[in-house]
Design a protein around this ligand. Structure first.
Ligand SMILES: CC(C)(COP(=O)(O)OP(=O)(O)OC[C@H]1O[C@@H](n2cnc3c(N)ncnc32)[C@H](O)[C@@H]1OP(=O)(O)O)[C@@H](O)C(=O)NCCC(=O)NCCS
Length: 188
């Protein structure tokens, strides 16, 4: 018996809002290695450092990457929404390292500081929870993540029902991290 490759749950999607210059997409062709590497070089992104471009490319494309984008060129009126790297700027990211069916590891969640506090992070999480919902991924057993920020733990608990399951002492980055886990449709 042969099976078609997985398509539905992880097929690229784009979320827009009326009259908003921002949108969120899992379309891999929009991802900007340069923009993410620049963010990885900033102090506020405490867990990252820039990578060689090919490494960053593989990191972004080897996972389900949710990009947050700002439209920098207005869309011609009445035309279908067709963003490209030339007409957009990447201002945020969340990567779900996943098999697309049973497991997801959420990593590298950020919105650039100048765009924080306007609901983009919350919107990003709602897009992820839509893709990783019970309806879309009925065999999803676990979502995990690591974070160093206490306030954000409450946020993940609220959005995904995540609980702290372990701690990691990390003197190298000057922060102790917690492992959080949700078991949306757990059998094991
Ligand atoms: C966390 C982050 C992605 C949120 O993005 P955002 O666009 O500012 O988020 P929103 O405006 O949608 O706010 C969402 C919630 O996060 C909270 N929040 C925003 N920034 C926060 C921060 N730096 N730390 C903790 N909580 C924060 C808000 O209070 C809000 O909670 P509420 O809706 O219950 O009031 C963003 O602050 C960021 O990139 N931080 C730096 C990188 C980081 O720490 N990433 C998470 C690693 S685990």
């Amino acid at each position: 018996m042969s099976f078609a490759p997985p398509t539905t749950a992880t097929a690229p999607r784009t979320w827009t809002r009326p009259d908003s210059e921002f949108f969120i997409s899992t379309n891999p062709s929009l991802l900007s290695v340069k923009a993410v590497n620049e963010a990885f070089g900033q102090e506020w992104l405490y867990w990252g450092t820039p990578f060689p471009e090919e490494v960053m490319h593989d990191m972004l494309h080897g996972a389900m990457s949710f990009g947050v984008y700002k439209t920098i060129q207005p869309q011609p009126e009445g035309e279908p929404f067709t963003p490209s790297t030339e007409t957009t700027e990447q201002i945020g990211l969340a990567r779900m390292v996943t098999d697309g069916t049973t497991f997801g590891y959420l990593s590298d969640v950020y919105v650039l500081p100048e765009y924080q506090g306007h609901g983009l992070g919350r919107w990003l999480m709602s897009c992820i929870s839509e893709v990783f919902s019970k309806e879309n991924m009925p065999y999803l057993r676990r979502i995990m993540l690591l974070t160093g920020d206490k306030r954000i733990q409450g946020w993940y608990a609220k959005v995904f029902g995540m609980e702290v399951i372990a701690h990691e002492h990390r003197p190298d980055i000057g922060q102790d991290l917690v492992f959080m886990c949700a078991r949306p449709n757990a059998k094991s």
